[in-house]
Design a protein around this ligand. Structure first.
Ligand code: ADP
Ligand code: ZN
Ligand code: ZN
Length: 695
C-alpha cells in the first residue's frame, strides 16, 4: 500500500489491523492506495517478524529486505502481463483425433502447445492470427492455463536426463529424507564435491514437485551460475523454475518473486535473499554449501539465511537439507548431538578423489614463493596439456607473529585468540578482550630471534609464473582482474576452451566451477590463517582447502593438490591430507568447548563507527556501562577497536556479549537495544550483529 509519510509518499506493509490507536485520530492518516499485489501469506510475515526480533532490526526495514525492489516503489502498477499458455492436465489428455479433420486451427494449436513447455502470445501469433482467441477459449474450458511468467524453453539433453542409478548411500539419503516429507526434519548431507549431492537434491525436488509442492534451493552467491540453473532446467524441462538473486534486473526479479508467490514456480533457486520468498506450497528446503559465509548478510538486517531456513522448515513443517563437504561446526555439532539427521556420501561415483599432499617450505630460500616441487608439477601439467591452478588464500589474513623455528605464535593470555600484529604501533593486540603487549624480541619458547609475519600477492605470483613459464598462458583471476562486466564469464569460457594453462587466483576460484582439464591445484600460503585472531579461521581454512581440492580432476583425469606450508605437522594439515574433516572437526569442537566459543555459547556484537574516535569510544563505554547492570546470564567484554580500526575516515569498534542461553541473550539484547536507541548518540552509527561470523 502507499501511505503519506511526512511530505512524501511511501510504500508500506499492513502487518496488523487494530480497532484503536494510541495516536490521536486527527494524526492518523489514511492509506492512499493498495498496490496490486496479493497479500503476503501469514507465514512470510511471521518469518519477517521472527527475523526482526531475533536480529534486533526494526520490523519495517526488515520487511523491506524481504520484498523485491520493484514492489517498494510508490509507482508500482503491477506486473506487465507476459502471458504464457500451457496445457493443463486435461489439455494434455486431448488427442488430435478428437478434432474433426477440418478443425485445422485447433489441431495446429494443440500441436504447438505440445511442442514446448509454454507458448507466449508472440508464439501463438506465429501459429495463426486467431490462435490467441482460441487459446483464450481453451483457458475458459480448462484445457489451457495461462500464467504471467516466462519459463524459458529448454531442449533436454538425453545424457543428463538419463538419471543415474543411485549409489547405496544416495538411495539411503533420498529415502530417509523423503520419508520425512510433510514434517519438520533437519538433515545434514555430508559429502565431498562430486560425491553426488546434487543428484540427491534432484531426486528430492522431483518427488516434491510430484506432490505439487515447491522447493526452495539456496546456494552461495558465487555458485549461482547460469550453468547451475541450466543444469536444473535441462534435468527438469517441464518444471517451472525461477532464480532469485541480486544480479537479476529489477523487473525480472520481481516477476520471479511473484511467480513463487503465486505458487506457479515449482523451484526457486536463489541466494540468501530468497529465504524471504513467499512460497504458499513449500514442501522442501535445501541449503547447498551451508557453511558458506555468503548466507550471512553483513549489513542492515544481519540475518543468516541458513539459520532462518531452519526456522522456516519448522514453521512450515517441511524437511530442510543442509548440504556440505565440510559443514560449519554449528551444523556439525547439531548433527553430532542428534538434533539433525546425518547422512553421508563418501565416494565420488563419477571420478576419483584428488590426492592432497603437503610441501614443506621451511627450507625454501627467502623470497622464493613457489617451491621446486611445485614448479616441476606445474611444468609437467603444461607439457601434458593439462591446467594448473595456483591458489592464494588471503581470507582472514591478519598479520600474526610466528616463530619459524618452533611454530610458537603470539596468543592472548585472557582468551584463546591469537594476537594481531599492529605494524604501525609495533604492538600485539587481542581483538576479543582488548589485551595489548609489546612485540617480543625473541620467541618466548625457544629463544629464536627470527619472528615473522606472513603475506603474498596475486600480481607478484603472476609475474613470477610468466617469467618461469614463458610459453604458458597465465591468467590471473581476482577481484581486480574480474571487475569489468562479463570479464569473469569470458575467462571461464577461456578456461573451458583450453586457452589457459595456469590460473592464478583467490577464493573466487575455490567454489563450484567445473574445469575438466584442471588437474593440479597449488595452495601457496595458507599458513597465516592458522594464526588468525578469528577463532573460526581454522574451520574456514579447512573448508576452503577441501573446496579448492574439489576443483582438481573432476572428470576422468585424476587430480592432485599440493599445499605449501611451514607447519606440515599442524593437525589441520594432517587431517587435510587424509581428507578427514571429521577428526579435525571433533578436535575443533573440543577446543571450542574448552574455550567456550560458539557453538557452545551464543554471541552478539555491538558494532559502532564514527568519524570521531572519542565519540566512538564514549558510545561503546556507555553501552558497556548500561549492559553491566542488565543481567548475570550475559558476559560482557571490553569495547575494542575493530580489526580494521579505520575505514575511509571512520573509526570502528565493537563490544562482544555472549551467553550460554540463547533466550537470555535475546532478552538482554532487546532491552539493551532500546536503551541505546534512547541515548541518541550523535555522529555514531551502530548496529547489533547477532551470531556474528566475523569481527
Ligand atoms: P556434488 O553435488 O556432490 O558435487 P554431483 O551430484 O554434481 O555432486 O555429482 C558429481 C558427478 O557425478 C556428476 O557428473 C553426476 O552426474 C555424477 N553422479 C552423481 N550421482 C551418480 C551416480 N549415482 N552414478 C553415476 N554418476 C553419478
Ligand atoms: Zn620458537
Ligand atoms: Zn584476549
Amino acid at each position: 500500500m502507499v501511505v503519506p509519510f511526512g511530505r512524501r509518499r511511501q510504500v508500506g506493509l499492513v502487518v496488523e489491523v487494530a480497532d484503536q490507536s494510541e495516536i490521536a485520530d486527527a494524526r492518523v492518516r489514511n492509506i492512499e492506495r493498495i498496490l496490486p499485489v496479493e497479500p503476503l501469506p501469514y507465514e512470510t510475515l511471521a518469518l519477517i517478524r521472527f527475523a526482526s526480533d531475533y536480529y534486533q532490526f526494526p520490523i519495517g526495514q526488515a520487511a523491506f529486505v524481504a520484498l523485491p525492489a520493484a514492489l517498494r516503489r510508490v509507482r508500482y502498477r503491477g506486473p506487465k502481463p507476459r502471458w504464457q499458455y500451457v496445457l493443463t492436465h486435461a489439455g494434455r489428455e486431448l488427442s488430435l483425433s478428437q478434432f474433426p479433420a477440418g478443425a485445422m486451427l485447433k489441431r495446429r494449436l494443440l500441436e504447438a502447445l505440445r511442442s514446448g513447455p509454454a507458448l507466449s502470445r508472440a508464439d501463438l501469433l506465429t501459429v495463426s492470427a486467431r490462435a490467441v482467441n482460441l487459446a483464450e477459449s481453451w483457458v475458459g474450458a480448462g484445457l489451457v492455463e495461462k500464467h504471467g511468467h516466462a519459463f524459458p524453453d529448454v531442449t533436454p539433453d538425453e545424457k543428463e536426463i538419463a538419471s543415474h542409478e543411485l549409489t547405496g548411500e544416495q538411495r539411503l539419503a533420498v529415502d530417509s529424507i523423503s520419508a520425512a516429507m510433510g514434517s519438520y526434519s533437519p538433515w545434514l548431507l555430508e559429502g565431498i564435491t562430486g560425491s553426488g549431492k546434487t543428484e540427491v537434491y534432484f531426486r528430492l525436488i522431483e518427488q516434491t514437485a510430484g506432490r505439487g509442492l515447491q522447493t526452495l534451493l539456496m546456494v552461495p552467491e558465487i555458485n549461482l551460475t547460469p550453468q547451475l540453473e541450466e543444469r536444473f532446467r535441462v534435468r527438469f524441462p517441464s518444471l517451472r523454475l525461477v532464480g532469485l538473486h541480486s544480479n537479476l534486473a529489477e523487473g525480472e526479479r520481481c516477476a520471479n518473486w511473484l511467480a513463487a508467490h503465486a505458487g506457479q514456480a515449482r523451484v526457486v533457486i536463489g541466494t540468501r535473499l530468497s529465504i524471504f520468498t513467499p512460497m504458499p506450497q513449500l514442501g522442501l528446503i535445501i541449503v547447498d554449501e551451508e557453511q558458506d559465509g555468503s548466507f550471512k548478510q553483513q549489513d542492515g538486517l544481519r540475518y543468516s539465511a541458513r539459520d532462518l531456513a531452519i526456522f522456516l522448515a519448522r514453521q512450515r513443517r517441511v524437511p530442510v537439507v543442509l548440504g556440505s563437504a565440510t559443514p560449519s561446526l554449528e551444523t556439525y555439532n547439531n548433527a553430532r548431538s542428534g538434533r539433525f539427521g546425518h547422512l553421508h556420501l563418501s565416494r565420488r561415483p563419477a571420478a576419483t578423489r584428488a590426492s592432497i599432499s603437503l610441501v614443506d617450505i621451511r627450507g625454501m630460500a627467502k623470497g622464493q614463493s613457489l617451491s621446486d616441487e611445485v614448479l616441476r608439477a606445474i611444468g609437467a601439467r603444461q607439457a601434458g596439456n593439462e591446467q594448473s591452478l595456483v591458489f592464494l588464500n588471503r581470507r582472514g589474513f591478519a598479520p600474526a607473529l610466528v616463530c619459524t623455528a618452533c611454530g610458537w605464535n603470539a596468543g592472548c593470555t585472557r582468551c584463546s585468540a591469537r594476537l594481531v600484529w599492529h605494524l604501525r604501533d609495533a604492538v600485539l593486540r587481542c581483538h576479543y578482550c582488548g589485551h595489548q603487549e609489546k612485540l617480543p624480541r625473541a620467541c618466548p619458547t625457544c629463544g629464536n630471534q627470527d619472528l615473522k609475519g606472513l603475506g603474498q600477492g596475486t600480481q607478484r605470483l603472476e609475474q613470477l609464473l610468466v617469467a618461469r613459464f614463458p610459453d604458458a598462458r597465465v591468467l590471473r583471476i581476482d577481484r581486480d582482474s574480474t571487475r569489468r562486466k562479463h570479464a569473469w564469464h569470458t575467462m571461464q569460457d577461456d578456461i573451458r576452451g583450453e586457452r589457459v594453462d595456469i590460473l592464478v587466483g583467490t577464493q573466487m576460484l575455490a567454489k563450484g566451477h567445473d574445469f575438466p582439464k584442471l588437474t593440479l591445484v597449488v595452495v601457496v600460503n595458507p599458513d597465516s590463517a592458522l594464526f588468525s585472531t578469528d577463532f573460526r579461521a581454522g574451520e574456514k581454512l579447512f573448508q576452503q582447502l577441501m573446496q579448492v581440492a574439489g576443483r582438481a580432476g573432476r572428470a576422468d583425469l585424476p587430480g592432485e593438490v599440493l599445499v605449501q606450508t611451514q607447519f606440515p605437522e599442524h593437525p589441520l594439515y594432517q587431517a587435510l591430507v587424509r581428507q578427514d574433516y571429521k577428526s579435525y572437526a571433533e578436535e575443533l569442537l573440543d577446543e571450542r568447548r574448552r574455550a567456550v566459543f560458539p557453538p557452545f555459547v551464543y554471541q552478539a556484537l555491538l558494532r559502532a563507527e564514527s568519524q570521531s574516535e572519542s565519540m566512538l569510544m564514549d558510545f561503546l563505554n556507555y553501552a558497556a556501562s548500561e549492559a553491566g547492570t542488565a543481567g548475570q546470564a550475559v558476559t560482557l567484554y571490553d569495547p575494542v577497536p575493530a580489526i580494521i580500526s579505520k575505514i575511509a575516515g571512520h573509526h570502528r569498534g565493537h563490544l562482544l556479549v555472549e551467553s550460554a542461553s540463547r533466550m537470555e541473550l535475546q532478552r538482554f539484547l532487546s532491552e539493551w537495544r532500546s536503551l541505546l536507541v534512547q541515548r541518541k548518540a550523535a555522529r555514531v552509527r551502530w548496529s547489533l550483529d547477532v551470531d556474528p561470523i566475523e569481527l
